[in-house]
Ligand binder design. Sequence first.
Ligand SMILES: C[S@@+](CC[C@H](N)C(=O)[O-])C[C@H]1O[C@@H](n2cnc3c(N)ncnc32)[C@H](O)[C@@H]1O
Length: 336
Amino acid sequence: MTDAPLPYPPLELANRVGSLAEAADPMETYDELGRLAYAEIVARLPSGWTFPGKRILDFGCGGGRTLRHFAKEAAEAEVWGCDIDEPSIAWLGEHLCPPFHVFLNGPEPPLDQPSASFDLIWGISVFTHLATTWSAWLVELHRLLRPDGLLYLTFMGRGTSEWIAGEAWDESRVGMNVLRFGQSWDMGGPMVMHSPWWIQEHWGRAFDIVAISPDGFGKDPAFSHGFVLMRKKDQAIDAEMLERLAVEDPREARALAHNVSQLQTETEALRGDRDYLSSMLAESRVQTQNAEAQLADLSSKLSVLEHSKSWNLTRPLRSAAHRIRVVKRGAERSNS
Ligand SMILES: C[S@@+](CC[C@H](N)C(=O)[O-])C[C@H]1O[C@@H](n2cnc3c(N)ncnc32)[C@H](O)[C@@H]1O
């Protein structure tokens, strides 16, 4: 491998994993965010953990914003990336492989990789958007990890509450709360908020929590994500087991009730938007119909006029008047 700088993806792909619209230098910001993610991941690895000979996966790598910073490690380890976005994976395959390996995956498991084959998997801003498939994906990542394998995930919690949920952070009413359900990836996808206690309770059934923080991941403290480093528990798990409510913890019910009220607020706003757009549409339909009726009326008047006797009788007069106007204009031009 040479030390030549790695190429950057087209702005469209870079922008897809986080808006760069406000950035003075979009590619510098893209690079900085990836560098920060790299530094965060590496800083959390247990002391003595080294890369040589390891297999590593960036789950949901997008166009390689984080992955690209592991080029040095990729000379000694097998570093993989996967994503559901075909253009991102195609670009990575063409421009950053080698040193990396990438593959496209579907929106639901499995990944086409052998069980117990990865030492470290990370997912940066991925479980922050998995509203319905999170448990199946955790089971899949658990399958892919070697015994004692590490999983590093970021989540949205305290640092993103004002920004995403428009409310002050209160962890007693947030477990796994889903907002903007069904939002397309072009618009950022669904938004999932987590509290550390909920992660500990549910994700902790499949993994030992090595470290967890409600915020601190990312550039801007106003938008900072939480992160969790987990170690695979050597036991059989399934999605149902991860989802089961901890009924003895009153925060579960409180968080669910709060999520219902958040979704009601969203639904109300969406209905308001829909009703407004419907009324605008109805109004523009009426205007179109009126314009069409006026046009039809004028056309029929014109047609009557063109077939009338007086119109035909006066045709020579109109033609003479036209010729006089032409002669006059010619004379005026030659006098001037
Ligand atoms: C906010 S972006 C972050 C990208 C990348 N991790 C980074 O830090 O630059 C989230 C990424 O997760 C990907 N993604 C969403 N659901 C996925 C899934 N089920 N499997 C793999 N990738 C997924 C999206 O396509 C998108 O590229």
